[in-house]
Design a protein around this ligand. Structure first.
Ligand SMILES: [Zn+2]
Length: 451
């Protein structure tokens, strides 16, 4: 009963104007949010157990009686992984009629994962996005230009839906070459720009040469950014760059930065967060359960992103707790200017090139505010380095249109480093295939891929 009242309250809050919504939601005591999370969690679990073939079968095999479960931790070692989505197919997770689908690629295999949603879910996420953007200062009189990639990606949809509530001027450019964007954007004099971090860096380099116009802020999502790159962007525009943290599976924001830019305020009304495999510093894998999804709920979904939960109050005064900055990934994927890349990408780049050994290693570095992907390859003949690099670049163009386009846009660069035979493994049984050496939070990303 209490949770129904709170939900009613929340529904009213979300439908009012952003300013009042923030005041109303901020007035909810922590205990009320916890009560609502529990009620929504139980409802989600029942829905999944009744209608999703995947969850019904998993719960049956594990003798889990969902009527007895009130907290995700009571599910023991049961989790949902990206691999489950891929292996079983998204249809197995459906609990209602989908209106749309988005895809997420990369991870450890070339096969995309599909996630289904309803229009109502799009509208709800839009309202939350609108409230957040309002908090960051976006107003009806602002002019928004977005360079989010529209191909199968959820972010442009969520943004469009949010801007419908704020009713500001909005042009969708798509992820085009930053040069092209710069020239065409000038005409609209946008006050707020949306895009991916590495794309934003490139745009800012161009703007630094050719001139800037007044911006209120920049907003980026889809990958991490090193703080020196963020500073460069902010210096060029004399405006803050805010980051959003989300996944296609979560349908947009799991959390977003406030003006303090110290971690992402969590969306606790719509997700239940847990951490897995926590280390001594309190860092672990983000695991979330969707609390308000009727079409394809996810129970204890393993994000593979590593961070910590911060419940200490934030200086901005916003009530929601935070997710710390993302430290790295615990699967084999690295998100960088190239895109979402895992070992299979580099295998494919090297396939068919003569004189290369079985052992290779990709190292992602940060150079001059840009990601540099170094492909360390053991060569029979070291003098062939430039020929191998040429072949790798040719394979990139022929086999990976998107990654190749990102390189043409100078969002990253890719070079081949010749290594002596046997040097990469250097006594280790398992060769680490992808290493993220970019400095995040002042130290090297801790989690590296092992093949
Ligand atoms: Zn804050």
């Amino acid at each position: 009963m209490l949770s129904e009242l709170i939900e009613l309250f929340e529904g009213v809050a979300l439908r009012t104007n952003p300013e009042r919504a923030i005041r109303l939601l901020g007035a909810l005591p922590t205990s009320a949010i916890a009560a609502m999370q529990e009620a929504r969690f139980k409802r989600t679990l029942r829905l999944a157990a009744e209608r999703s073939p995947f969850y019904r079968e998993q719960f049956r095999q594990r003798a889990i009686d969902v009527r007895r479960i009130t907290h995700p931790s009571q599910l023991g070692d049961f989790y949902t992984t990206g691999e489950d989505l891929r292996a079983y197919g998204a249809e197995q997770f459906l609990t209602g009629h989908p209106d749309t689908a988005f895809e997420t690629t990369g991870t450890t295999s070339p096969a995309p994962k599909t996630v289904f949603f309803s229009r109502d879910e799009v509208a709800t996420m839009g309202r939350i996005t609108a409230i957040w953007l309002y908090l960051l200062g976006l107003r009806r009189e602002d002019r928004v230009l977005s360079a989010f990639d529209c191909s199968f990606w959820v972010s442009p949809w969520v943004l469009r839906s949010g801007l419908e509530y704020l009713k500001c001027f909005h042009v969708e450019a798509g992820k085009i070459d930053p040069h092209d964007f710069y020239e065409r954007a000038k005409v609209y004099r946008p006050t707020v720009i949306f895009g991916e971090p590495s794309w934003m860096v490139r745009l800012s380099e161009i703007a630094s040469d050719r001139g800037v116009w007044p911006l209120k802020f920049l907003f980026a999502g889809g990958e991490n950014i090193a703080e020196d790159a963020r500073s460069m962007v902010e210096r060029v525009w004399s405006a803050p760059l805010y980051l959003n943290y989300g996944q296609t599976e979560s349908f947009g924001a799991l959390g977003a930065e406030c003006k303090m830019k110290d971690g992402y305020h969590r969306n606790d009304l719509y997700f239940f967060f847990e951490l897995g495999d926590v280390d001594q510093d309190g860092y672990g894998e983000v695991i979330y359960t969707t609390l308000a999804r009727d079409v394809m709920p996810l129970i204890r979904y393993r994000s593979t992103d590593v961070t910590r939960l911060v419940d200490a109050p934030c200086d901005c005064g916003i009530f929601a707790g935070r997710l710390g900055k993302i430290r790295g990934r615990c699967d084999e994927m690295v998100v960088c200017g190239m895109g979402n890349v895992g070992p299979w990408v580099f295998e494919e780049l090297l396939r068919g090139i003569e004189g290369t050994g079985e052992d290779w290693q990709a190292v992602v570095l940060h150079e001059n505010a840009r990601d540099m992907v170094e492909l360390h390859v053991e060569l029979d003949d070291g003098s062939r380095q430039s020929a191998v690099e040429e072949s790798v670049h040719r394979n990139l163009r022929e086999r990976f249109a998107d990654f190749s386009k990102n390189r043409e846009m100078k969002l990253y660069d890719l070079r081949v480093v010749a290594c002596r035979s046997g040097s990469l493994r250097a006594g280790e049984r398992k060769l680490r295939r992808v290493i993220d050496e970019r400095l995040i939070l002042g130290h090297r990303a801790k989690y590296t891929a092992v093949s």
